[in-house]
Design a protein around this ligand. Structure first.
Ligand SMILES: C[S@@+](CC[C@H](N)C(=O)[O-])C[C@H]1O[C@@H](n2cnc3c(N)ncnc32)[C@H](O)[C@@H]1O
Length: 242
């Protein structure tokens, strides 16, 4: 692969350009998108760039669902580019939809779901330690419901890097990419909304019009509230609180 000769223009095909927002893409993101696995569309990167550049200064950044850390590394890079100083939290228990603890992974005779989970979690740690070294997020190993319960009572917890982290306070930008079923995605929105400051942003992964994921139904609920405006469809929804 002639990587070095095509960095400016090459993007993995699943990251094809699809948004009217200013491009947030750069050479660095080309490199990490080849090395760090994940499920991040090209439009989401531009939406993250816009949100991070325009996020209120008072409030944290929160990512729900990190997997191997691709979106975490992208957010960390865009934070550096836009000199964002807001605290950065991520939450994931590495309990995947469809995970069957103790069972073989699909038809494999040797690999189990548990080994897969351990591999993904270890990959996250390695990727984030490498690519977010100067801006390590506070990654809390929890599902989002207990995370927000702890956030609401300003709990002090240990992050996956064994540092102390005080949760709580306003949120300026949230990336919702955890459990994609309707009840979970709705609760993630409601929990973020309870803490999101006016002018704060939410990006919903897999929420595009026509998406088969139930998270799309949450967008209808959000718009019915009348307290959010659509900033962009990339094609996933980036919304801002009025
Ligand atoms: C689609 S992946 C995230 C991909 C990642 N944001 C990226 O772009 O590379 C979904 C992740 O959400 C996590 N997850 C599932 N349910 C969750 C929940 N209730 N709370 C937090 N994370 C959850 C899974 O463990 C998985 O790692």
């Amino acid at each position: 692969m002639a990587l070095s000769t095509s960095l400016e223009t090459s993007r993995p095909s699943h990251l094809a350009r699809e948004t009217a927002l200013p491009s947030a893409w750069d050479e660095y993101l080309t490199w990490i998108s080849f090395a760090v696995p994940g499920m991040l569309s090209r439009g989401n990167v531009d939406a993250m760039g816009y949100a991070i550049a325009h996020a209120p200064k008072l409030g944290a950044f929160v990512e729900i669902g990190s997997f191997c850390g691709l979106s975490t590394c992208v957010i960390a890079h865009l934070r550096e580019r836009f000199a964002a100083t807001q605290p950065f939290f991520t939450t994931d228990a590495w309990r995947f939809e469809g995970q069957q603890s103790g069972a073989p992974l699909g038809t494999s005779r040797t690999v189990t779901h548990d080994a897969y989970r351990t591999f993904v979690r270890d990959s996250f740690l390695r990727n984030v330690r490498t690519f977010c070294a100067s801006d390590l997020p506070h990654t809390i190993e929890m599902e989002s419901d207990p995370f927000f319960e702890a956030w609401t009572r300003h709990a002090t917890v240990r992050d996956v890097f064994d540092r102390s982290a005080r949760l709580g306070g306003p949120i300026a930008f949230a990336y919702i990419d955890g459990n994609h079923t309707y009840p979970f995605a709705l609760r993630d929105f409601q929990n973020v909304d309870a803490h999101l400051v006016a002018g704060g942003f939410i990006l919903f992964d897999d929420s595009a019009d026509g998406s088969k994921w139930e998270v799309r139904d949450v967008i209808d609920d959000v718009m019915r509230l009348g307290t959010y405006e659509v900033v962009a469809k990339v094609p996933n929804y980036l919304v801002r609180k009025r």
